[in-house]
Design a protein around this ligand. Structure first.
Ligand SMILES: *Cc1c(COP(=O)(O)O)cnc(C)c1O
Length: 458
Protein backbone atom coordinates (compact mmCIF):
# COMPACT_ATOMS: atom_id res chain seq x y z
CA UNK A 1 0.00 0.00 0.00
CA UNK A 2 1.38 3.42 -0.93
CA UNK A 3 1.57 6.27 1.56
CA UNK A 4 -1.50 7.58 3.39
CA UNK A 5 -0.30 11.03 4.44
CA UNK A 6 2.09 13.08 2.32
CA UNK A 7 3.67 15.96 4.23
CA UNK A 8 6.24 18.51 3.09
CA UNK A 9 8.80 20.51 5.12
CA UNK A 10 8.15 24.19 5.93
CA UNK A 11 10.64 25.13 3.21
CA UNK A 12 8.10 23.84 0.67
CA UNK A 13 5.62 26.62 1.48
CA UNK A 14 5.33 28.38 -1.90
CA UNK A 15 7.33 31.59 -2.40
CA UNK A 16 4.57 33.16 -4.50
CA UNK A 17 0.83 33.07 -5.12
CA UNK A 18 -0.34 31.98 -8.59
CA UNK A 19 -2.44 34.50 -10.53
CA UNK A 20 -4.61 32.71 -13.08
CA UNK A 21 -5.58 36.00 -14.76
CA UNK A 22 -2.19 35.82 -16.52
CA UNK A 23 -3.12 32.57 -18.27
CA UNK A 24 -6.89 32.65 -18.82
CA UNK A 25 -8.05 32.43 -22.45
CA UNK A 26 -10.53 35.24 -21.70
CA UNK A 27 -9.76 37.77 -18.99
CA UNK A 28 -12.65 38.50 -16.63
CA UNK A 29 -14.67 41.55 -17.65
CA UNK A 30 -14.23 44.75 -15.65
CA UNK A 31 -16.01 45.47 -12.40
CA UNK A 32 -18.31 48.51 -12.95
CA UNK A 33 -19.19 51.55 -10.88
CA UNK A 34 -22.95 51.26 -10.23
CA UNK A 35 -23.53 55.00 -10.72
CA UNK A 36 -21.52 55.64 -13.89
CA UNK A 37 -21.40 52.16 -15.45
CA UNK A 38 -17.65 52.79 -16.00
CA UNK A 39 -14.94 50.31 -14.94
CA UNK A 40 -13.97 50.79 -11.31
CA UNK A 41 -10.46 52.22 -10.78
CA UNK A 42 -8.05 52.00 -7.84
CA UNK A 43 -9.33 55.35 -6.47
CA UNK A 44 -12.87 53.98 -6.13
CA UNK A 45 -11.62 51.10 -4.00
CA UNK A 46 -9.11 53.05 -1.91
CA UNK A 47 -11.55 53.89 0.93
CA UNK A 48 -12.10 50.16 1.51
CA UNK A 49 -8.86 48.35 0.66
CA UNK A 50 -5.12 48.96 1.08
CA UNK A 51 -3.33 49.76 -2.19
CA UNK A 52 -1.32 46.52 -2.31
CA UNK A 53 -4.53 44.47 -2.35
CA UNK A 54 -6.07 46.73 -5.02
CA UNK A 55 -2.98 46.18 -7.17
CA UNK A 56 -3.27 42.42 -6.67
CA UNK A 57 -6.93 42.65 -7.66
CA UNK A 58 -6.00 43.95 -11.12
CA UNK A 59 -2.58 42.28 -11.52
CA UNK A 60 -1.78 40.32 -14.69
CA UNK A 61 1.52 38.91 -13.39
CA UNK A 62 1.48 35.12 -13.09
CA UNK A 63 3.26 35.17 -9.73
CA UNK A 64 2.92 37.53 -6.77
CA UNK A 65 5.62 37.16 -4.09
CA UNK A 66 4.40 36.19 -0.60
CA UNK A 67 5.83 38.60 2.02
CA UNK A 68 8.14 36.94 4.56
CA UNK A 69 5.91 37.98 7.49
CA UNK A 70 2.97 36.14 5.86
CA UNK A 71 5.04 33.01 5.13
CA UNK A 72 6.16 33.12 8.76
CA UNK A 73 2.57 32.88 9.95
CA UNK A 74 1.79 30.17 7.35
CA UNK A 75 4.49 28.07 9.08
CA UNK A 76 2.11 27.62 12.04
CA UNK A 77 0.10 25.06 10.00
CA UNK A 78 1.46 24.92 6.43
CA UNK A 79 2.21 22.94 4.35
CA UNK A 80 -1.07 21.16 5.05
CA UNK A 81 -1.17 17.38 4.58
CA UNK A 82 -2.31 15.60 1.44
CA UNK A 83 -4.01 12.28 2.11
CA UNK A 84 -4.52 9.25 -0.06
CA UNK A 85 -8.03 8.12 0.96
CA UNK A 86 -7.25 4.39 1.04
CA UNK A 87 -10.01 3.67 3.54
CA UNK A 88 -12.65 5.65 1.68
CA UNK A 89 -11.66 3.89 -1.54
CA UNK A 90 -12.21 0.54 0.18
CA UNK A 91 -15.51 1.68 1.68
CA UNK A 92 -16.71 2.76 -1.78
CA UNK A 93 -15.25 -0.31 -3.46
CA UNK A 94 -13.92 1.95 -6.17
CA UNK A 95 -11.08 1.29 -8.59
CA UNK A 96 -10.24 4.99 -8.65
CA UNK A 97 -7.52 6.58 -6.55
CA UNK A 98 -8.76 9.38 -4.31
CA UNK A 99 -6.54 12.09 -2.77
CA UNK A 100 -7.60 15.00 -0.59
CA UNK A 101 -5.84 18.12 0.59
CA UNK A 102 -6.81 18.87 4.19
CA UNK A 103 -7.12 22.55 5.14
CA UNK A 104 -8.80 21.85 8.50
CA UNK A 105 -5.43 21.83 10.28
CA UNK A 106 -5.28 25.64 10.47
CA UNK A 107 -6.01 27.19 13.90
CA UNK A 108 -9.44 28.35 12.66
CA UNK A 109 -10.20 24.94 11.14
CA UNK A 110 -10.50 25.91 7.47
CA UNK A 111 -8.60 27.28 4.46
CA UNK A 112 -9.71 30.85 5.26
CA UNK A 113 -6.64 31.99 7.27
CA UNK A 114 -4.56 31.67 4.05
CA UNK A 115 -6.05 34.97 2.87
CA UNK A 116 -7.00 36.45 6.27
CA UNK A 117 -3.33 36.52 7.27
CA UNK A 118 -2.30 38.14 3.99
CA UNK A 119 -5.06 40.76 4.22
CA UNK A 120 -4.31 41.65 7.84
CA UNK A 121 -0.64 42.02 6.91
CA UNK A 122 -1.35 44.50 4.09
CA UNK A 123 -3.89 46.48 6.16
CA UNK A 124 -1.31 46.86 8.93
CA UNK A 125 1.43 47.82 6.45
CA UNK A 126 -0.89 50.53 5.07
CA UNK A 127 -1.16 52.04 8.56
CA UNK A 128 -4.80 51.25 9.27
CA UNK A 129 -5.60 49.86 12.70
CA UNK A 130 -9.06 48.34 12.34
CA UNK A 131 -10.71 45.85 10.00
CA UNK A 132 -14.42 45.14 9.39
CA UNK A 133 -16.00 42.11 7.80
CA UNK A 134 -19.03 39.86 7.53
CA UNK A 135 -19.23 36.17 8.30
CA UNK A 136 -21.74 33.48 7.38
CA UNK A 137 -21.14 30.24 9.21
CA UNK A 138 -18.43 31.93 11.26
CA UNK A 139 -15.35 30.42 9.63
CA UNK A 140 -14.34 33.62 7.88
CA UNK A 141 -14.90 35.73 10.99
CA UNK A 142 -12.77 33.31 13.01
CA UNK A 143 -10.01 33.37 10.42
CA UNK A 144 -9.94 37.16 10.28
CA UNK A 145 -10.15 37.51 14.08
CA UNK A 146 -7.09 35.28 14.35
CA UNK A 147 -5.18 37.16 11.63
CA UNK A 148 -6.12 40.59 13.03
CA UNK A 149 -4.87 39.49 16.45
CA UNK A 150 -1.55 38.29 15.01
CA UNK A 151 -0.96 41.70 13.35
CA UNK A 152 -2.33 43.82 16.23
CA UNK A 153 -5.50 45.08 14.49
CA UNK A 154 -8.98 45.66 15.93
CA UNK A 155 -11.60 43.48 14.26
CA UNK A 156 -15.40 44.00 13.93
CA UNK A 157 -17.46 41.09 12.58
CA UNK A 158 -21.06 41.26 11.29
CA UNK A 159 -22.30 37.68 11.65
CA UNK A 160 -25.38 36.41 9.73
CA UNK A 161 -28.08 36.14 12.39
CA UNK A 162 -29.11 32.53 11.74
CA UNK A 163 -25.49 31.41 12.24
CA UNK A 164 -25.02 33.72 15.23
CA UNK A 165 -27.83 31.80 16.89
CA UNK A 166 -26.88 28.32 15.61
CA UNK A 167 -23.12 28.61 16.25
CA UNK A 168 -22.45 30.40 19.54
CA UNK A 169 -19.04 28.73 19.82
CA UNK A 170 -17.84 30.32 16.59
CA UNK A 171 -18.59 33.64 18.27
CA UNK A 172 -16.68 32.56 21.40
CA UNK A 173 -13.75 31.70 19.19
CA UNK A 174 -13.74 35.13 17.50
CA UNK A 175 -14.03 36.86 20.88
CA UNK A 176 -11.20 34.73 22.28
CA UNK A 177 -9.05 36.07 19.44
CA UNK A 178 -10.11 39.60 20.42
CA UNK A 179 -12.77 40.47 17.82
CA UNK A 180 -16.13 42.12 18.53
CA UNK A 181 -19.09 40.34 16.97
CA UNK A 182 -22.64 41.49 16.26
CA UNK A 183 -25.65 39.64 14.73
CA UNK A 184 -26.55 40.91 11.24
CA UNK A 185 -28.85 42.63 10.37
CA UNK A 186 -27.74 44.85 13.26
CA UNK A 187 -28.61 48.25 14.70
CA UNK A 188 -25.02 49.41 14.10
CA UNK A 189 -25.43 50.47 10.45
CA UNK A 190 -27.98 52.20 8.20
CA UNK A 191 -28.31 49.12 5.97
CA UNK A 192 -28.86 46.86 8.98
CA UNK A 193 -31.49 49.18 10.49
CA UNK A 194 -33.31 49.40 7.13
CA UNK A 195 -33.63 45.61 6.88
CA UNK A 196 -34.76 45.30 10.51
CA UNK A 197 -37.46 47.88 9.88
CA UNK A 198 -38.97 46.01 6.91
CA UNK A 199 -38.35 42.45 8.21
CA UNK A 200 -37.63 42.34 11.95
CA UNK A 201 -37.26 38.53 11.84
CA UNK A 202 -34.82 38.45 8.94
CA UNK A 203 -32.46 35.45 9.36
CA UNK A 204 -29.83 37.60 7.66
CA UNK A 205 -27.73 36.63 4.68
CA UNK A 206 -24.17 37.15 3.54
CA UNK A 207 -25.41 39.83 1.15
CA UNK A 208 -26.90 41.82 4.03
CA UNK A 209 -23.87 41.36 6.28
CA UNK A 210 -21.55 42.53 3.49
CA UNK A 211 -23.58 45.75 3.19
CA UNK A 212 -23.08 46.37 6.89
CA UNK A 213 -19.35 45.68 6.93
CA UNK A 214 -18.74 47.80 3.79
CA UNK A 215 -20.71 50.69 5.26
CA UNK A 216 -18.72 50.43 8.51
CA UNK A 217 -15.36 50.61 6.69
CA UNK A 218 -16.45 53.32 4.24
CA UNK A 219 -17.29 55.62 7.13
CA UNK A 220 -14.05 55.31 9.10
CA UNK A 221 -10.56 56.21 7.96
CA UNK A 222 -8.87 53.85 10.38
CA UNK A 223 -10.84 50.87 9.01
CA UNK A 224 -10.31 48.60 6.01
CA UNK A 225 -12.96 46.25 4.75
CA UNK A 226 -12.03 42.63 4.28
CA UNK A 227 -13.80 39.99 2.22
CA UNK A 228 -13.23 36.28 2.70
CA UNK A 229 -14.02 35.10 -0.81
CA UNK A 230 -15.10 36.14 -4.35
CA UNK A 231 -12.49 38.84 -5.06
CA UNK A 232 -9.45 38.12 -7.26
CA UNK A 233 -6.91 38.81 -4.51
CA UNK A 234 -8.67 36.43 -2.12
CA UNK A 235 -8.59 33.60 -4.66
CA UNK A 236 -4.96 34.49 -5.36
CA UNK A 237 -3.95 34.03 -1.70
CA UNK A 238 -5.58 30.60 -1.59
CA UNK A 239 -3.40 29.20 -4.38
CA UNK A 240 -0.84 27.99 -1.84
CA UNK A 241 -3.24 25.01 -1.51
CA UNK A 242 -2.98 23.82 -5.10
CA UNK A 243 0.73 24.56 -5.42
CA UNK A 244 1.47 22.41 -2.39
CA UNK A 245 -0.87 19.68 -3.68
CA UNK A 246 1.00 19.59 -7.02
CA UNK A 247 4.28 19.05 -5.17
CA UNK A 248 2.75 16.42 -2.89
CA UNK A 249 1.21 14.49 -5.78
CA UNK A 250 4.60 14.50 -7.45
CA UNK A 251 5.96 12.75 -4.34
CA UNK A 252 3.11 10.24 -4.70
CA UNK A 253 3.88 9.82 -8.40
CA UNK A 254 0.37 10.90 -9.40
CA UNK A 255 -1.47 13.56 -11.40
CA UNK A 256 -5.26 13.88 -11.15
CA UNK A 257 -7.75 13.59 -14.02
CA UNK A 258 -10.45 15.09 -11.80
CA UNK A 259 -10.01 18.02 -9.39
CA UNK A 260 -13.02 18.96 -7.24
CA UNK A 261 -13.97 21.44 -4.56
CA UNK A 262 -17.04 23.01 -3.01
CA UNK A 263 -18.00 26.51 -4.10
CA UNK A 264 -19.54 29.25 -1.98
CA UNK A 265 -17.85 32.41 -3.20
CA UNK A 266 -15.22 30.14 -4.73
CA UNK A 267 -11.99 30.72 -2.77
CA UNK A 268 -11.10 27.22 -1.57
CA UNK A 269 -12.08 25.76 -4.93
CA UNK A 270 -9.89 28.29 -6.73
CA UNK A 271 -7.07 27.73 -4.26
CA UNK A 272 -6.86 24.06 -5.11
CA UNK A 273 -7.96 24.17 -8.75
CA UNK A 274 -6.15 27.20 -10.26
CA UNK A 275 -2.62 25.73 -10.23
CA UNK A 276 -4.10 22.62 -11.90
CA UNK A 277 -6.12 24.73 -14.37
CA UNK A 278 -2.82 26.29 -15.38
CA UNK A 279 -1.79 22.80 -16.54
CA UNK A 280 -5.16 22.25 -18.24
CA UNK A 281 -4.92 25.58 -20.10
CA UNK A 282 -1.43 24.45 -21.21
CA UNK A 283 -3.03 21.35 -22.75
CA UNK A 284 -3.11 18.69 -20.05
CA UNK A 285 -6.20 16.41 -19.89
CA UNK A 286 -8.15 17.25 -16.72
CA UNK A 287 -11.74 17.68 -15.53
CA UNK A 288 -12.41 20.40 -12.96
CA UNK A 289 -15.61 20.11 -10.94
CA UNK A 290 -17.30 22.77 -8.79
CA UNK A 291 -19.72 21.36 -6.18
CA UNK A 292 -22.55 23.57 -4.89
CA UNK A 293 -25.76 23.17 -2.86
CA UNK A 294 -29.07 22.64 -4.70
CA UNK A 295 -30.54 25.22 -2.28
CA UNK A 296 -28.17 27.93 -3.59
CA UNK A 297 -27.37 26.81 -7.15
CA UNK A 298 -25.43 29.84 -8.36
CA UNK A 299 -23.34 28.15 -11.07
CA UNK A 300 -25.89 25.58 -12.25
CA UNK A 301 -29.02 27.80 -12.33
CA UNK A 302 -27.87 31.43 -12.10
CA UNK A 303 -27.15 33.38 -15.30
CA UNK A 304 -23.82 35.10 -16.02
CA UNK A 305 -24.68 38.75 -15.42
CA UNK A 306 -23.59 41.97 -13.79
CA UNK A 307 -24.84 42.11 -10.22
CA UNK A 308 -24.12 43.70 -6.88
CA UNK A 309 -22.05 41.73 -4.40
CA UNK A 310 -24.44 42.67 -1.59
CA UNK A 311 -28.13 43.07 -0.89
CA UNK A 312 -27.85 46.77 -0.05
CA UNK A 313 -26.36 47.57 -3.50
CA UNK A 314 -23.30 49.28 -2.02
CA UNK A 315 -20.64 47.28 -3.90
CA UNK A 316 -19.55 47.72 -7.51
CA UNK A 317 -21.24 45.63 -10.22
CA UNK A 318 -19.47 42.32 -10.63
CA UNK A 319 -19.62 40.07 -13.74
CA UNK A 320 -20.53 36.68 -12.32
CA UNK A 321 -22.97 33.83 -12.15
CA UNK A 322 -25.65 35.10 -9.78
CA UNK A 323 -29.06 34.32 -8.35
CA UNK A 324 -29.75 38.03 -7.82
CA UNK A 325 -28.53 40.21 -4.95
CA UNK A 326 -31.79 39.96 -2.98
CA UNK A 327 -31.98 36.16 -3.22
CA UNK A 328 -32.07 34.77 0.33
CA UNK A 329 -31.21 31.07 0.23
CA UNK A 330 -32.93 28.59 2.55
CA UNK A 331 -31.15 28.06 5.89
CA UNK A 332 -29.14 24.99 4.92
CA UNK A 333 -26.38 23.92 7.27
CA UNK A 334 -23.55 24.72 4.85
CA UNK A 335 -23.75 28.40 5.81
CA UNK A 336 -20.55 29.18 3.90
CA UNK A 337 -22.22 28.20 0.63
CA UNK A 338 -25.24 30.51 1.06
CA UNK A 339 -24.07 33.34 -1.21
CA UNK A 340 -26.01 34.62 -4.23
CA UNK A 341 -22.96 35.12 -6.44
CA UNK A 342 -19.62 33.50 -7.15
CA UNK A 343 -16.13 34.76 -7.97
CA UNK A 344 -15.82 36.47 -11.40
CA UNK A 345 -12.68 34.43 -12.15
CA UNK A 346 -14.57 31.17 -11.63
CA UNK A 347 -17.67 32.47 -13.42
CA UNK A 348 -15.55 33.25 -16.49
CA UNK A 349 -13.88 29.82 -16.37
CA UNK A 350 -17.32 28.16 -16.23
CA UNK A 351 -18.49 30.30 -19.15
CA UNK A 352 -15.41 29.20 -21.11
CA UNK A 353 -16.03 25.51 -20.40
CA UNK A 354 -12.88 25.01 -18.30
CA UNK A 355 -14.86 24.30 -15.11
CA UNK A 356 -18.07 22.27 -14.80
CA UNK A 357 -20.57 22.57 -11.91
CA UNK A 358 -22.97 20.19 -10.17
CA UNK A 359 -25.51 20.83 -7.36
CA UNK A 360 -26.53 18.44 -4.58
CA UNK A 361 -29.24 18.21 -1.92
CA UNK A 362 -28.01 18.37 1.67
CA UNK A 363 -29.35 14.92 2.69
CA UNK A 364 -27.18 13.23 0.05
CA UNK A 365 -24.29 15.46 1.05
CA UNK A 366 -24.51 14.48 4.73
CA UNK A 367 -24.85 10.78 3.84
CA UNK A 368 -21.51 11.01 2.00
CA UNK A 369 -19.97 13.09 4.80
CA UNK A 370 -20.84 10.44 7.40
CA UNK A 371 -19.45 7.72 5.15
CA UNK A 372 -16.27 9.74 4.78
CA UNK A 373 -15.99 10.35 8.54
CA UNK A 374 -16.45 6.65 9.30
CA UNK A 375 -13.78 5.66 6.79
CA UNK A 376 -11.19 8.45 7.10
CA UNK A 377 -11.85 9.70 10.65
CA UNK A 378 -12.09 13.40 9.81
CA UNK A 379 -15.55 14.97 10.17
CA UNK A 380 -15.96 17.31 7.18
CA UNK A 381 -17.37 20.82 7.44
CA UNK A 382 -20.84 20.78 5.77
CA UNK A 383 -19.41 22.97 2.99
CA UNK A 384 -16.52 20.59 2.34
CA UNK A 385 -18.99 17.70 2.44
CA UNK A 386 -20.32 18.92 -0.92
CA UNK A 387 -16.93 18.15 -2.45
CA UNK A 388 -16.88 14.77 -0.68
CA UNK A 389 -20.27 13.97 -2.19
CA UNK A 390 -19.22 15.12 -5.66
CA UNK A 391 -16.24 12.77 -5.47
CA UNK A 392 -18.30 9.82 -4.17
CA UNK A 393 -20.63 10.26 -7.16
CA UNK A 394 -17.78 10.70 -9.65
CA UNK A 395 -16.06 7.54 -8.40
CA UNK A 396 -19.31 5.57 -8.72
CA UNK A 397 -19.80 6.83 -12.29
CA UNK A 398 -16.22 5.90 -13.16
CA UNK A 399 -16.72 2.38 -11.79
CA UNK A 400 -19.95 1.99 -13.79
CA UNK A 401 -18.04 3.02 -16.91
CA UNK A 402 -15.11 0.71 -16.12
CA UNK A 403 -12.75 3.68 -15.70
CA UNK A 404 -9.98 4.05 -13.14
CA UNK A 405 -9.61 7.71 -12.28
CA UNK A 406 -7.20 9.71 -10.16
CA UNK A 407 -9.29 12.14 -8.14
CA UNK A 408 -8.15 15.07 -6.02
CA UNK A 409 -10.43 17.19 -3.86
CA UNK A 410 -10.17 19.89 -1.26
CA UNK A 411 -11.37 19.08 2.25
CA UNK A 412 -11.66 22.77 3.07
CA UNK A 413 -12.33 22.41 6.79
CA UNK A 414 -13.49 20.24 9.68
CA UNK A 415 -17.02 20.13 11.04
CA UNK A 416 -16.37 20.37 14.78
CA UNK A 417 -18.56 23.47 15.02
CA UNK A 418 -21.28 21.93 12.86
CA UNK A 419 -22.21 18.95 14.97
CA UNK A 420 -25.75 20.29 15.29
CA UNK A 421 -26.12 19.65 11.58
CA UNK A 422 -24.75 16.11 11.94
CA UNK A 423 -27.14 15.63 14.85
CA UNK A 424 -30.10 16.64 12.67
CA UNK A 425 -28.93 14.30 9.92
CA UNK A 426 -28.45 11.35 12.26
CA UNK A 427 -31.90 11.89 13.83
CA UNK A 428 -33.48 12.01 10.37
CA UNK A 429 -34.51 15.65 10.81
CA UNK A 430 -32.54 17.12 7.94
CA UNK A 431 -34.61 18.71 5.19
CA UNK A 432 -33.94 19.13 1.49
CA UNK A 433 -35.15 22.42 0.06
CA UNK A 434 -36.64 22.32 -3.41
CA UNK A 435 -35.96 25.71 -4.90
CA UNK A 436 -38.89 26.70 -7.12
CA UNK A 437 -38.08 28.24 -10.49
CA UNK A 438 -40.35 31.22 -9.73
CA UNK A 439 -38.28 32.15 -6.66
CA UNK A 440 -35.20 32.25 -8.87
CA UNK A 441 -37.12 34.26 -11.49
CA UNK A 442 -38.34 36.68 -8.83
CA UNK A 443 -34.84 37.39 -7.54
CA UNK A 444 -33.44 37.75 -11.06
CA UNK A 445 -35.98 40.48 -11.87
CA UNK A 446 -33.94 42.76 -9.62
CA UNK A 447 -30.92 42.57 -11.92
CA UNK A 448 -32.78 43.10 -15.22
CA UNK A 449 -32.07 46.85 -15.37
CA UNK A 450 -28.31 46.38 -14.77
CA UNK A 451 -25.73 46.45 -17.59
CA UNK A 452 -25.11 43.12 -19.37
CA UNK A 453 -21.64 41.58 -19.77
CA UNK A 454 -20.27 41.34 -23.31
CA UNK A 455 -21.00 38.13 -25.21
CA UNK A 456 -24.06 37.25 -23.14
CA UNK A 457 -27.52 37.43 -24.69
CA UNK A 458 -30.12 38.91 -22.39
C1 LIG B 1 -16.18 29.49 3.92
C2 LIG B 1 -15.99 28.09 3.61
C3 LIG B 1 -16.31 27.58 2.35
C4 LIG B 1 -16.93 28.41 1.26
O1 LIG B 1 -16.19 29.51 0.83
P1 LIG B 1 -15.34 29.50 -0.49
O2 LIG B 1 -14.86 30.89 -0.66
O3 LIG B 1 -16.25 29.07 -1.62
O4 LIG B 1 -14.24 28.53 -0.28
C5 LIG B 1 -16.05 26.25 2.11
N1 LIG B 1 -15.54 25.44 3.07
C6 LIG B 1 -15.24 25.89 4.30
C7 LIG B 1 -14.70 24.95 5.31
C8 LIG B 1 -15.45 27.23 4.60
O5 LIG B 1 -15.13 27.68 5.81
Amino acid sequence: MSETKITLPESAIPAGWYNIAADMPNRPQPVLHPGTGEPVGPDDLAPLFPLDLILQEVSEEAEVAIPDAVRDVYRLWRPTPLYRAHRLERELGTRSRIFYKYEGVSPAGSHKPNTAVAQAYYVNEAGRTRISTETGAGQWGSALALAAQLFGLECKVYMVKVSYEQKPYRRSMMETWGASVVASPSQDTNSGRAILESSPDSPGSLGIAISEAVEDAAQREDTAYSLGSVLNHVLLHQTVIGQEALAQLEVAGAFPDLVAGCVGGGSNFAGLAFPFLREKIAGRELEVLACEPAACPTLTRGPFAYDFGDTGQLTPLVPMHTLGHDFVPPGIHAGGLRYHGVAPLISQLVLDGLVRAEAYGQKDVFASAVRFARAEGIIPAPEAAHAVHGVVEAAARADAEGRERTILFNLSGHGHFDLGAYDAYLRGDLEDFALPEDEIERALKAIEPLPKPAGVSS
